[in-house]
Write a protein that binds this ligand. Structure first.
Ligand code: GBH
Length: 462
């Protein structure tokens, strides 16, 4: 059966700076909070770091050739803020500008559209020390200034900008549960961080729209992540719990942009821990995204939990569970990836339909979707059949969502390369390309060859 995607559909692959570049202190780059976090014993699996990673910094030509071979139409990468501004603010590091110029030029040369993310978690360490990182009052202006440097140097060629990758992860995992940099734990800090992330995003967008977009004609938006929450039972209480979980996960950031305020459920439950969106904030944030960027990985059941009962529940990743009174679970027959995330393709369709319904059918790009598996390198090949099945399942449901009216514009595989998987170090492999340990040689897996066919056919041939 053929599942054809719309003309002009953007087929891409994604990576991020800290996860692939390496060259952590080369050519004037300043330290990021991930460079520091990795030095703290016990934070990252096996003591792994991004010091070398895939050494992409020194392998642009090879990696662009790889993308061209796979047939990518678009490549989503992120710009390392401390490579551009080593101290977070002030002096610009010309070597950093040169590096991204080279990457962008080679992409265009290869006919691949560059999609640049301005922040994929590698905050300049100086800003964490000096102003408290995302908790600092000055952070949103600092981000907008940095964004301006990027628009100015790269905007003549980069026509697709993503401001912030996954504000939920930055807030909850970085400032709430402390499992990602900068490693803080608090039940209030995440909501302040989230507020500042929204303001930072919106200030960068305002700057782009006022000063650059009229001449550069690009689009700019934010990417948020959300896992689908399916009501465990048909009861009104469980349906409300699932809705509440989605509000605390995605509407937290999307409602202010598409509706002008935080969800009611968050305001009532969090009280003064949730900053208020003032009229000035609303003016800034409302309408500040040209498209809806979504990173989607998995699904869980959601059930209503008695007040306080969900505190410290097994699946802390739903957010701060005690704030939501939702208990999460997976069905025993759902297959799991190497991250122990359930493979539930229909959850992706429901997620897309929920976004279309709640936000008046905005143009949507899935800017990440993928899976980790325990791949085996055999005779220079990786037969990652489970990864291909995962992508076929998810793309099939995305195709169905399009048939059902969702305004889908593009899809980016996570990830082009096996890379530094944050707190899991190199133990989890998401790539459609393997990296040979000693030589760092790139080895396209079977899924890369499969993806090439999908792109050529502009869809699936099942
Ligand atoms: C993305 O975030 C990142 O943008 C990317 O850098 C990263 O490499 C990639 O994912 C793979 O991890 O534990 O069952 O409760 C992913 C965001 C949020 C998706 C939490 C899965 C947890 C599911 N993740 N969610 S569970």
């Amino acid at each position: 059966m053929k599942k054809q995607f719309p003309d002009q559909f953007t087929w891409g692959g994604a990576t991020s700076s800290y996860q692939i570049e390496g060259a952590w202190n080369a050519d004037g780059k300043g330290p990021s909070i991930w460079d520091v976090f990795c030095m703290i014993p016990g934070k990252v699996h096996n003591g792994d770091t991004g010091n070398v990673a895939c050494d992409h910094y020194h392998r642009i030509a090879e990696d662009v050739a790889l993308m061209k071979q796979i047939g990518l139409k678009a490549y989503r990468f992120s710009i390392s803020w401390p490579r551009i501004l080593p101290a977070g603010r002030g002096a610009v590091n010309q070597n950093g500008i040169d590096f991204y110029n080279k990457l962008i030029d080679q992409l265009l040369e290869a006919g691949i559209e560059p999609w640049a993310t301005l922040y994929h978690w590698d905050l300049p360490a100086a800003l964490e020390f000096e102003i408290g990182g995302w908790l600092g009052e000055e952070i949103s202006d600092a981000f907008a200034d940095y964004a301006g440097v990027c628009f100015q140097h790269f905007g003549d060629r980069v026509k697709n900008w993503i401001t912030i990758n996954e504000a939920w992860v930055v807030s909850i995992l970085g400032y709430g549960l402390g499992v990602f940099a900068p490693g803080r734990t608090s039940n209030a800090a995440p909501y302040l961080a989230g507020h500042n992330l929204l303001k930072a995003h919106a200030k960068a967008v305002r700057l782009y729209r006022e000063k650059y977009q009229p001449a550069q004609h690009g689009q700019i938006g934010i990417t948020n992540n959300c896992d689908w929450r399916e009501p465990l039972t048909d009861t009104a209480a469980d349906k409300a719990a699932a809705e509440r979980a989605l509000e605390f996960f995605l509407a937290w950031f999307a409602d202010p942009i598409y509706k002008g305020d935080y969800p009611e459920s968050m305001k009532t439950r969090l009280g003064s821990r949730l900053p208020e969106i003032t009229p000035a904030d609303r003016e800034l944030i409302f309408g500040s995204s040209d498209f809806f960027g979504l990173n989607h990985y998995t699904t869980m059941y959601a059930a209503d939990a008695a007040e306080g009962a969900a505190a410290g529940s097994v699946y802390g990743n739903g957010g701060l569970s005690e704030d939501q009174d939702v208990s999460l679970s997976v069905a025993p027959d759902w297959a799991l990836t190497g991250m122990q995330w359930a493979i539930v393709p229909w959850g992706c369709r429901k997620m897309l339909e929920w976004i279309a319904a709640r936000y008046d059918n905005p143009p949507v790009y899935i800017t990440e979707n993928g899976c980790a598996f325990d791949d085996k390198l055999e005779d220079g090949q990786v037969h990652d059949v489970a990864r291909i099945a995962f992508f076929e399942g998810y793309l099939g449901e995305i195709h169905q969502a399009i048939q059902n009216g969702v305004n889908m514009r593009g899809y980016f595989i996570w990830s082009l390369l096996d890379n530094f998987e944050w707190a899991s170090g190199y133990s989890k492999k998401f790539g459609i390309t393997a990296i040979e340990p000693e030589t760092l040689r790139r080895i396209p897996k079977d899924s890369a060859l499969w993806y090439k066919t999908v792109i050529l056919n502009n869809g699936l041939n099942l």
